[in-house]
Design a protein around this ligand. Structure first.
Ligand SMILES: Cc1cc2nc3c(=O)[nH]c(=O)nc-3n(C[C@H](O)[C@H](O)[C@H](O)COP(=O)(O)O)c2cc1C
Length: 202
């Protein structure tokens, strides 16, 4: 089994999502005999934001590419290949400003490629990335699973929608929320997330 483990938290050793993605990866390795892991740290090695120059390479001959277009095409190809090769994705996705870290959005912009990971037909969009499972590790300082909190959640549903759009519909969410609402809440959230990891069907 090929595992792609992605972290995007900017909080380093204090990160909740990093601790939990590592626990999910550990659980996958415990349950499967042969696991080949690719690891991508989008905070320490960020993919740059998609720019006019980067995407412009699609519309000119390769021979005319700038040095930036060449190196960025290689970065995009590497991210895409890693994504397409994986059987299971573990995505560390903290909530920052009600959404995902911009580093994770940059990764999405590199792997959402018309003709490779989705296509449009006369009946609408079709995801081309099938047969994969994803585990989203969602960490939040506040509580966003409540009716009121959901109104400000552009993180979990967004990620599920993007993955679904690309064809990945088997998605589990491991959530630790309220982690900035005092020590007790944080400890309870971590314990609940770890209990959910122990029960994950992966
Ligand atoms: C830049 C930044 C923005 C944040 N925005 C939110 C937010 O909108 N809602 C929320 O509930 N928590 C917010 N938080 C708290 C984080 O979700 C919380 O610290 C969580 O643990 C982040 O995951 P991580 O520890 O893996 O980075 C924010 C934290 C940071 C650093």
């Amino acid at each position: 089994m090929k595992l792609l483990h992605i972290d995007s938290s900017i909080l380093g050793a204090n990160s909740v999502s990093r601790e939990l993605t590592a626990a999910v990866a550990g659980a996958v390795r415990e349950r499967h005999a042969q696991v080949e892991t690719s690891y991508r740290d989008l905070a320490s090695q960020p993919l740059s934001h998609l720019s006019g120059e980067i995407i412009g390479a699609n519309f000119i001959p390769e021979a005319d590419w700038s040095a930036t277009q060449r190196s960025e095409a290689a970065n995009s190809a590497a991210a895409l290949e890693e994504f397409l090769n994986a059987d299971v994705l573990i995505i560390g996705a903290p909530m920052y400003n009600f959404s995902i870290p911009s580093q994770l959005k940059s990764w999405i912009d590199r792997v959402s490629v018309a003709g490779r990971t989705f296509k449009y037909t006369d009946k609408g969009a079709v995801g081309l990335v099938t047969g994969k499972k994803a585990v989203i590790v969602s960490s939040r300082g506040g509580v966003h699973s409540s009716e009121q909190g959901k109104l400000m959640d552009f993180q979990e549903d967004y990620l599920k929608s993007v993955l679904g759009f690309l064809g990945i519909t088997e998605v589990e969410i491991i959530r630790a929320e309220g982690v900035n609402m005092g020590e007790d809440n944080r400890a309870a959230a971590m314990a609940a997330a770890k209990a959910a990891i122990a029960k994950l069907a992966i």
